[in-house]
Design a protein around this ligand. Structure first.
Ligand SMILES: [Ca+2]
Ligand SMILES: [Ca+2]
Ligand SMILES: [Ca+2]
Length: 195
C-alpha cells in the first residue's frame, strides 16, 4: 500500500530539502522507458540555474529495473545540441549509477538522463539504444543548482513537461518534514509486518 502510493506520486512530486546556508538541494524521481523492438529508450531533460558559482552535484541512481544511468551536462543556449556538451558521467556513483561533480559558473544548464550508452548527440526525447535498451525508475539528487523545468522523454518521440514543486524550505521546517517522512515510512513498515 505504501509502495503503491509512493510510485503513484513519482514524476509529479518533488521533495524539496533545504540545508543551512545557501546550498540548494532537491530530489526528483523519474522513469526511463525502453523498447527492445525499436532499440530505443527515453531521455529526460532537467533544466537548471546556477545562481552562485561553485560545485554542483548530480547523483543519478536507478531504483528499479535494469537501468544503467548515464548523464550528460550541457550549457543552455536555447537550442540543445552536441556543441553545448561540457561534461558527462556513467558509473561515478555506486554500482552502475552516475555521479557528476562539477564546478559551474553562474548560468543555465541542461542535464540529460538516459540509459547507457547515452550519446552526446542524443538530446531526447528518445535515443537509439542499440547496445541494449534498458529502463526503470530512478532518483536524481541535485545540489548547488535550482531546477527550473523538467521534460520527460516518451517512446512516441514527444516530451512531457513534468510539473513539480520547488520548495524553499527553511531548515527547521525541513527537519520536521524529514522526521515526518521517517515516521510515515516507519508506520508503513510496522503495518506490513503486522499484516
Ligand atoms: Ca546549442
Ligand atoms: Ca552507468
Ligand atoms: Ca543501453
Amino acid at each position: 500500500m505504501l509502495k503503491k502510493t509512493l510510485i503513484a506520486l513519482t514524476g509529479a512530486m518533488t521533495v524539496g530539502v533545504g540545508f543551512a546556508g545557501a546550498v540548494q538541494a532537491a530530489s526528483f524521481s523519474g522513469t526511463i522507458e525502453s523498447d527492445a523492438a525499436t532499440e530505443s529508450s527515453t531521455v529526460d531533460q532537467y533544466f537548471v540555474d546556477v545562481d552562485t558559482a561553485g560545485i554542483v552535484t548530480f547523483a543519478a541512481n536507478a531504483i528499479s529495473g535494469s537501468l544503467d544511468p548515464f548523464v550528460r551536462l550541457y550549457t543552455d543556449d536555447g537550442f540543445l545540441d552536441v556543441s553545448d556538451l561540457i561534461a558527462f558521467n556513467d558509473d561515478g556513483g555506486p554500482g552502475f549509477n552516475s555521479l557528476l561533480n562539477i564546478n559551474l559558473g553562474i548560468g543555465s544548464y541542461v542535464l540529460t538522463f538516459g540509459d547507457f550508452f547515452l550519446e552526446a548527440n542524443a538530446v531526447g526525447p528518445t535515443q537509439l539504444d542499440d547496445d541494449s535498451p534498458e529502463g526503470g525508475d530512478y532518483t536524481l539528487d541535485i545540489t548547488g543548482a535550482t531546477v527550473t523545468r523538467i521534460l520527460e522523454g516518451n517512446l512516441d518521440g514527444t516530451f512531457t513537461e513534468t510539473s513539480f514543486v520547488a520548495e524553499a524550505v527553511p531548515e527547521p521546517a525541513s527537519m520536521l518534514g524529514l522526521l515526518a517522512i521517517g515516521a510515515v515510512a516507519a508506520g508503513g513498515v510496522l503495518k506490513k509486518k503486522a499484516a
